[in-house]
Design a protein around this ligand. Structure first.
Ligand code: TYD
Ligand code: MG
Length: 456
């Protein structure tokens, strides 16, 4: 077997014979690392057997095969459960709770009779045992293997014949014949490929833990995301107990659902009724605060949007969005400036979605814009009012999807008023809707009456 040295981009996997400062593949600077590349073609063994074409109507679909994991919030994100033979990558920052989540998943599946194998390549078996005791996860049917060498991992899969395998993490297992260090692009890619093959051949559901870089991307080449069936990201604010699980890619279902967990002393606990969760610390009556009924997948969530407008100490002014889309905030500020005439050119604008959530849907536009106006004028909105609508470039308010469900949830949580676009649905019982065609009309509805009252 020949070994040669190449330089490979850690972002996209492009290889170069010589070091270059900027990757020719993806344009990233300083991403090339030296790597020993073994010519593995010869070592790959015989060609796989050819498969014959079949009629699509005769292919057995995989979607009906998914097995619930028993961890409801994960099942919600996966649209049912784990499909045998599928490979999922679970990414997230160190310490966010990936190992905890997967240990709980395996324990839950083992307790209903699945054979489960946890390959721990970072922690010792003893460390995992201690954690399992704390979580009540030391159950029969769950095998532990503290191992980093891929050949031994595959041998253990042979021996245990599990239904589900977790490899924690893909960056710490390695294939000795490759010659490069664990965690290198070649290793991560090769190990993932091999585990995908094993999963498909044996119909084992495989879950891989993947670390993310500081920028939040999955470490290793993007090819890792291409070879797996499902990419799950586990995120949250490490200072708060709340954790969010999303699918960013899912070959067996949609990617719209959000799973919510709370990190407790006894591990992760699902939060099924989350819609009011983000309002717990809200103080009604503060200028710059507006509640928006968002939809995360099928689940309505009420989220407080806050804005703080202050005089900029130096120019250009700062725009800082937290949990909100930066370009979208810039657009809304431009509309407020040009169409509504709110002078913001010399003001810093901080805007955030409270509680560590991330709102990307344009349905939050109206709430963000009203929060900015409210902070800038120093006038609070009436406390029991929510706002929902997309703002167009001309300042017009546009419809958002499933407004009736959003309003029903807001009404359930005690909100009595809603500002919505003109064609909005009839309100649920106990709620009054104020309809506005433009952002200006919406502002007049909420602020001008109040200002008149205050001025008196
Ligand atoms: P862990 O699952 O090890 O994170 P990851 O695998 O993503 O690096 O979780 C680590 C954190 O979770 C750790 O800081 C402690 C906390 N934790 C709890 O709060 N309660 C628990 O029951 C467990 C097991 C962990
Ligand atoms: Mg871990």
């Amino acid at each position: 077997m020949k070994v040669r040295t190449v330089f490979r981009c850690v972002e996209c996997g492009t290889a170069e014979p010589k070091w270059v400062g900027r990757c020719n593949g993806c344009g990233e600077w300083g991403s090339m690392v030296e790597e020993a590349e073994t010519e593995i073609e010869a070592a790959r063994g015989p060609l796989p057997t050819a498969s014959a074409p079949v009629l699509i109507t005769e292919v057995v679909g995989a979607s009906g095969l998914s097995r619930p994991t028993g961890v409801d919030e994960l099942d919600r994100v996966l649209g049912g459960g784990l499909v045998p033979g599928s490979v999922s990558l679970v990414g997230g920052e160190p310490g966010i709770g990936k190992s905890t989540l997967l240990l709980q998943v395996l324990a839950s599946m083992a307790s209903v009779g699945s054979r489960c194998l946890l390959v721990t390549a970072e922690e010792s078996a003893a460390q995992v045992r201690v954690r399992a005791e704390r979580l009540g996860a030391a159950v029969p049917g769950l095998y532990l293997l503290a191992e980093t060498c891929l050949t031994n991992v595959v041998a253990a899969i042979d021996e245990v014949a599990p239904d589900v395998v977790v490899v924690d993490s893909i960056q710490t297992v390695y294939e000795p014949s490759l010659g490069s260090a664990p965690g290198s692009v070649a290793q991560v890619r090769e190990c993932a490929h091999r585990l995908v093959q094993e999963a498909k051949q044996r119909s084992v559901a495989v879950l891989l833990v993947g670390h993310v870089t500081k920028e939040g991307a999955l470490a290793g080449p993007r090819v890792l995301e291409h070879v797996v069936d499902t990419v799950l990201t586990f995120e949250g604010d490490r200072h708060h107990g709340l954790r969010m699980l999303r699918a960013t890619k899912h070959r067996y279902g949609g990617t719209a659902e959000l799973g919510l967990f709370e990190m407790t002393e006894a591990g992760l606990r699902g939060v099924p009724d989350a819609s009011g969760l983000f309002l717990a610390d809200r103080r009604p009556g503060l200028p710059g605060s507006v509640v928006v009924p968002t939809l995360e997948g099928n689940r309505p969530l009420l989220v407080e949007v806050q804005a703080l407008v202050s005089e900029a100490p130096f120019l250009p002014p700062r725009r800082s969005p937290q949990g909100l889309d930066g370009p979208r905030l810039a657009l809304l500020l431009a509309v407020l400036e040009r169409v509504v005439g709110l002078p913001l050119g010399k003001s810093d604008v901080h805007a955030s979605a409270v509680g560590g959530v991330r709102i990307v849907e344009p349905a939050a536009d109206l709430a963000v814009a009203l929060a900015v106006v409210s902070s800038s004028r120093g006038i609070a909105l009436p406390p029991h009012v929510v706002a929902c609508g997309e703002v167009g470039l001309g300042g017009e308010l546009r419809q958002v999807g499933q407004l009736d469900r959003r309003l029903a949830e807001a009404a359930r949580l005690g909100f009595t008023g809603a500002i919505v676009p003109v064609n909005g649905p009839e309100p649920p019982p106990g709620m009054t809707v104020l309809r506005a065609g433009t952002l200006e009309e919406a502002m007049a509805l909420v602020f001008d009456g109040l200002e008149a009252v205050r001025g008196r």
